[in-house]
Design a protein around this ligand. Structure first.
Ligand SMILES: [Zn+2]
Length: 286
């Protein structure tokens, strides 16, 4: 698999000259698509971690598994944003979980997959698709069907959306900013040690991933104490909320994982379907 770190390092080392064959496997369009996929998955992850931050900082009651609840928070927030970009980001995040599940089944399940705090990746993908189709049936029924959610379940997802939407709205209501002038203190930090992740850090910075999330957080909620959004190398593929430092931590390894996942497992399939759609449209035009 090609990592972004390796690819960018080669581009820099060759100073704009033709890169070696293994690094030229991706066209610019493919590389851009992989970066967009990575950024979209990263945005959902940041919101998931902010869900944990809210549970801690607002001392929210959690009925059921916290990991599922904060996944729902991230999905609801992106649905509420409702821009073409945020809706595409949701599609990319569902695909991210579907394809990471396939990697898990290749290594086979272990008990830790079942006793862990998180639902299985495939369950996380279905739960997201369920809220999406309930939010906008006309827009997402094709997608929910494509990921394998049958129509009778798509219909009952309305109740899932109603319950989780009501739950989050109720507990967050007292903390929503309503005209107060003082902004919540949300700082952003990029820590960079290993040069292998310098380029991932640069892409996250260029796209203002942490900055835009921090901005939204400041403008939308009144936080009781200062918090921090950090991107750094963690030594593992993960993202965290650390209650001792009140810090959401996005690991560069996490972003890199989704970049690689797109190239290794998703890119060819998406290109194939785009080609099929093009042929179909050409046929209709004739
Ligand atoms: Zn979590």
């Amino acid at each position: 698999m090609q990592t972004l770190g390796k690819l960018m390092a080669v581009a820099i080392a060759f100073g704009g000259l033709a890169a070696p064959a293994w690094a030229r496997e991706l066209t610019n369009a493919q590389r851009d698509a992989a970066i967009a996929f990575m950024l979209n998955n990263t945005r959902h992850t940041l919101l998931h971690e902010i869900g944990h931050l809210f549970v801690d900082q607002f001392e929210l009651p959690v009925l059921g598994r916290e990991e599922d609840a904060v996944d729902n928070f991230a999905t609801l927030t992106m649905l509420a944003e409702g821009t073409p970009e945020s809706l595409q980001a949701l599609i990319d995040t569902v695909d991210g979980w579907i394809y990471s599940e396939q990697q898990t089944t290749r290594r086979r399940y272990s008990n830790s997959d079942f006793y862990g705090m998180h639902s299985l990746d495939i369950q996380r993908s279905f739960a997201m698709a369920c809220l999406m189709v309930a939010h906008d049936y006309d827009r997402f029924t094709w997608f929910a069907t494509r990921v394998g959610l049958p129509h009778n379940r798509q219909e009952s997802c309305e109740e899932d959306l109603r319950l989780t939407g009501y739950g989050w709205e109720s507990v967050l209501k007292p903390h929503v900013r309503a005209g107060q002038t003082a902004n919540s203190q949300v700082s952003v930090v990029y820590r960079s040690h290993d040069p292998a992740y310098r380029d991932i850090a640069a892409i996250l910075k260029q796209n203002l991933v942490l900055e835009n999330t921090a901005d939204w957080l400041r403008k939308t909620y009144v936080l009781p104490r200062p918090v921090r959004l950090t991107a750094e190398e963690c030594g593992q593929v993960n993202a965290f909320y650390d209650p001792t430092t009140r810090e959401v931590i996005l690991c560069y390894e996490w972003a890199d994982y989704f970049y690689e996942l797109f190239i290794s497992d998703i890119m060819d399939i998406r290109e194939h379907f785009a080609e099929m759609r093009k042929l179909k449209l050409e046929k209709l035009d004739r």
